[in-house]
Design a protein around this ligand. Structure first.
Ligand code: DAT
Ligand code: MG
Length: 149
């Protein structure tokens, strides 16, 4: 079953949106298989955003993600990687569609509330970076027959 890595950034935590965001993933029908609340180290932040290392916003991004606690999660479901990106919305909350998390709750790109893996291979890399295998729980959602044909 496909899995993705989701992180509620320090602004989402401070804004009191942890419950709201988890609720959106739960009510969509995805299964939570990993969850932790942590202050991110500079090392982890730099590894997580390694693809952006050469971008002008990299240092600000690392500064921000390490500035306060983050809620890190792994969600599971058919097509969860691409679907999560849709639930999250465009990178810039000002142009993100209403109904998406960023579109409903944000106004600026540097405070866009949430991270979601952009592809299946990225998800695998990010899950391995943030979680140990034993921190992930394989379980069967009893709702499955009501979610999948
Ligand atoms: P996404 O988080 O939608 O996958 P991304 O991977 O291109 O977007 O960028 C990672 C994060 O970096 C993004 O969530 C916010 C920040 N960021 C991206 N582009 C930026 C820009 N032009 N100015 C400031 N921050 C930016
Ligand atoms: Mg990205």
């Amino acid at each position: 079953m496909e899995r993705t890595f989701i992180a509620i950034k320090p602004d989402g935590v401070q804004r009191g949106l942890v419950g709201e965001i988890i609720h959106r993933f739960e009510s969509k029908g995805f299964t939570l298989v990993g969850l932790k609340f942590l202050k991110v180290s500079r090392e982890l932040a730099e590894q997580h955003y390694d693809v952006h290392r050469e971008r002008p916003f990299f240092s600000g991004l690392v500064e921000f993600i390490t500035s306060g606690p983050v809620a890190a999660m792994v969600w599971e479901g058919d097509g969860v990687v691409a679907s999560s990106r849709k639930l999250i919305g465009a990178t810039n909350p000002l142009t993100a569609e209403p109904g998406t998390i960023r579109g409903d709750f944000g106004v600026s790109i540097g405070r866009n509330l949430i991270h979601g893996s952009d592809a299946i291979e990225t998800a695998q890399r990010e899950i391995a970076l943030w979680f140990k295998e034993e921190e992930l729980v394989s379980w069967q959602l009893q709702l499955t027959p009501w979610l999948y044909e």
